[in-house]
Design a protein around this ligand. Structure first.
Ligand SMILES: [Zn+2]
Length: 168
């Protein structure tokens, strides 16, 4: 059973769940049964990740909904097999995460190597955010971007958006 299923089981049992710091708050009209409480305590970290709103304004549940929507569009409108539709949906989540967690830096230093702008070694603005850009040497960009993508994937996986789990 996953955190998503534990959360659903608790809600189906009439338990209203909230987040207070690192704790789950439970509220129900009648005492929930021990199985539900046990499930929630075993999946506490995962349930917290689903319910907690991240700094980008989305909770794990929002990301799951986005993933499911993208996968459904790719599968039913795009005609992709389910496994490919999920790979596509995961890529969409990574792009969306990068957009929602933009990197900005002052134009004085390279975000990759920390070096400065020289006539022979220009810093270039990357990103299309209206609020600003990340400044890097062009040679520093690929490694920096790969690290950003890895951060996005780790953040998504911590919220339960995880391809291996989807294929299990
Ligand atoms: Zn650099």
């Amino acid at each position: 059973m996953s955190a998503v299923q534990a959360l659903k089981a608790a809600r189906d049992a009439g338990v209203r769940i909230g987040v207070d710091g690192d704790s789950l708050t439970l509220d129900a009209d009648s005492a929930p049964d021990a199985t539900v409480l046990d499930l929630l305590s075993r999946h506490k970290a995962g349930v917290l990740a689903l319910l907690r709103t991240g700094s980008d304004g989305w909770s794990g549940e929002d990301w799951l909904a986005f993933f499911d929507e993208r996968a459904a569009i790719a599968e039913f409108d795009g005609g992709l097999p389910r496994a490919s539709a999920e790979v596509h949906a995961f890529d969409c989540c990574v792009v969306e995460w990068l957009n929602r967690n933009p990197a900005r830096s002052p134009p004085a230093h390279c975000l990759g190597c920390g070096g400065s702008d020289h006539a022979y070694d220009k810093l270039l603005p990357f990103g299309t955010e209206p609020t600003g850009h990340a400044w890097l040497h062009s040679r520093c960009w690929p490694a920096w971007h790969a690290a950003r993508k890895a951060t996005a994937i780790a953040a998504l996986m911590a919220m339960g958006i995880d391809l291996p789990r989807m294929h299990r």
